[in-house]
Design a protein around this ligand. Sequence first.
Ligand code: PLP
Length: 323
Amino acid sequence: MEMSHRSDEFVAVAEQAEQDLRDLMAIPKNYRVLFLQGGATSQFAMLPMNLLRGKQSADYINTGIWSKKAIAEAKRYCQVNVAATTEADNFMRAPEPNEIQVSADSAYLHYTSNETIGGVEFNYIPEVDLPLVVDMSSDILSRPIDVNRFGLIYAGAQKNIGPAGLTVVIVREDLLGQTLSGTPTMYDYQVHAEGGSMHNTPPTFGWYLAGLVFKWLKKQGGVEAMAKLNDRKATKLYAAIDQSEFFANPIAKSSRSMMNVPFTLADASLEKTFLSEAEGAGLLNLQGHRSVGGMRASIYNAVPEAAVDALITFMADFEKRYG
Ligand SMILES: *Cc1c(COP(=O)(O)O)cnc(C)c1O
């Protein structure tokens, strides 16, 4: 934790982590991988600052809480066109591909591949002529994706990579170097790309731990293996919810998140009892986000299948006793 980021030891750690992430995601040579700070929330501002490239507008898909935050921040820098929104359906689904209407003169199209709080995930990558930008904070490395389809991918590390404090940005080189004038140095991708993410002291410990996670993922069989495992975990949990009269998940089946499974109890007054009994059974962090309530099982890469099995068993037992 005390090691200088300029030391040979840390530089080796940093380079290995980047290489392992490149291997895992098959990141092409013409993309730069940045290890930054400030969370995904800082990216909401960095994106327009760096990617507008002289244009006046950017397109955004609105699928819920995180898209809305990205949109609100972008509006400080440019006109935002909402290329598709499922707000009229209470964000219970992702838009269909043919619902996405981009503006030809916009700088990029932004979307949130997995709405962490709502539990809505795209099961496809939008196909548009604009550079595609994605907030992958909560589903990066959960399955294989074709990086070539994107101009920029970003993710806060704390959901599916490692500890909080690190933000990974994967950006196509030709999008760099046209930053809005007045942009703070620390908000300029080009500065971080040129400095190997060491313009100032990077989050070394988070970077190191992320590297260990990348190694672990490789040992598990990479993102292909994780996708199979995540699919099994999510499928059985949704099946348990669907066949029960007591638990419910309202999201359209084709848009259900493989990572975050929100669910409600038929009798909401039992929520506290559910949570405390779950905790007693060793099942933690099942409370839904404070903005929406209910329950939420976040079944990220690090959650073993046995934990999902234990949750399903606990839920069935709870329903028997209280349902
Ligand atoms: C958690 C999350 C964020 C916010 O991340 P911070 O690191 O707290 O800024 C943004 N987008 C998505 C999809 C998230 O899940």
